[in-house]
Write a protein that binds this ligand. Structure first.
Ligand SMILES: [Mn+2]
Length: 334
């Protein structure tokens, strides 16, 4: 299925961008390359028009190291530098206001709010909501916004858009019709696609290997879960990730989800600072972009207080490991 972006909302979004006098772009907490790539691409294009723009995210304090070479990084400011009252506020890649973390309170002080997103579970918390859950990434939605606006995608904007596209499609595993056409267009600007991919997805410090070894030792299979679809899960405890980056922690799900006997994969990741606080990554194997089979993990995550896509979602929870597993298994049905 080729992505279908709602035309009226697309036009409304372009109107907001074209008329903006100053813009604050907010990315989601624990940012990934799609939210940051979207923010920095928007900042670069708005700057061409002389529009003052800042980009921020609530936490953690530092941008993940793998994203520090993205063009436009100079537009990033710490959350304390985002004023209480702003002109145009744009949330990128955020399924709900809660994904803005402590910066969610800036929504009330904004003259206009624009939500640009591709999450199925999006709660439409902006005044204008351009949501396309058939888009592979928020950066591919942005490519359509720039086209509708008549803004060329140059090499440094393409770098940011490619960063979101390659990560949200899992290195083009979850590509749909049009995905490779966009990739080709971005690569034709002269960006180093292999280098961007390696920096974002294929580089880990040596400490990643012993961490994986410990974490994979916690993996368990529940073949009867989710009506027989099967659940595989593992735990990343705080002691496992000392000195490692979020990139290493987030990579674990990509190993766990390869289990052939399980349609659903989960990784429980303990907070570095708060014992028994966990963020949970969920993946559904047979529920990719443009397909309607498999378990919709966005629905599961939403019922557990989170959100996401039908094939990739997450939530935050507290408790002892065995209780977390029991709660998830109960929600999956059996
Ligand atoms: Mn995304």
């Amino acid at each position: 299925m080729t992505a279908v972006t709602p035309a009226a909302e697309l036009a409304a979004a372009v109107d907001v961008l074209a008329a903006a006098r100053s813009v604050t772009v907010l990315c989601h907490v624990q940012p990934d390359a799609d939210t940051i790539g979207s923010g920095l691409a928007l900042a670069q294009v708005l700057s061409r028009h002389g529009v003052p723009v800042r980009v921020s995210f609530a936490e953690p304090a530092e941008l993940p190291a793998s994203m520090r070479s993205l063009p436009g990084i100079e537009y990033l400011v710490p959350p304390a530098q985002v004023p209480r009252e702003v002109d145009v506020l744009i949330a990128v890649d955020c399924g709900s206001a809660g994904r803005l973390g402590a910066l969610a309170d800036r929504l009330d002080g904004a003259a206009t709010t624009l939500v640009l997103d591709h999450h199925r579970s999006n709660t439409r918390f902006g005044k204008i909501n351009l949501i396309d859950d058939t888009a592979e990434s928020t950066t591919s939605l942005l490519a359509r916004v720039f086209d509708a606006w008549g803004e060329p995608i140059d090499r440094s904007v393409a770098h940011c858009l490619f960063a979101g596209l390659v990560t949200d499609t899992g290195c083009f595993r979850w590509a749909g019709p049009g995905t490779h056409r966009l990739a080709e267009r971005l690569l034709a600007t002269g960006i180093d696609g292999a280098g961007i991919t390696r920096t974002l997805m294929d580089s880990h410090p040596f400490g990643w290997l012993p961490m994986l070894s410990r974490v994979l030792g916690t993996a368990r299979l529940e073949p009867a879960a989710a009506g027989g679809a099967g659940l595989v899960y593992a735990f990343v405890r705080r002691a496992d990730i000392d000195g490692l980056r979020s990139e290493e922690v987030e990579s674990v799900i990509d190993v766990i989800r390869t289990t052939a006997e399980a349609g659903i994969a989960a990784v429980f990741k303990e907070s570095r600072t708060t014992p028994h606080l966990w963020t949970v990554s969920l993946r559904s194997r047979d529920s990719g972009v443009g397909t309607d089979d498999g378990v919709d993990v966005a629905q599961v995550a939403t019922r557990l207080g989170g959100g996401g896509h039908r094939y990739a979602a997450g939530y935050t929870t507290t408790g002892a490991p065995e209780d977390l597993v029991a709660a998830l298994v109960a929600e999956l049905g059996g």
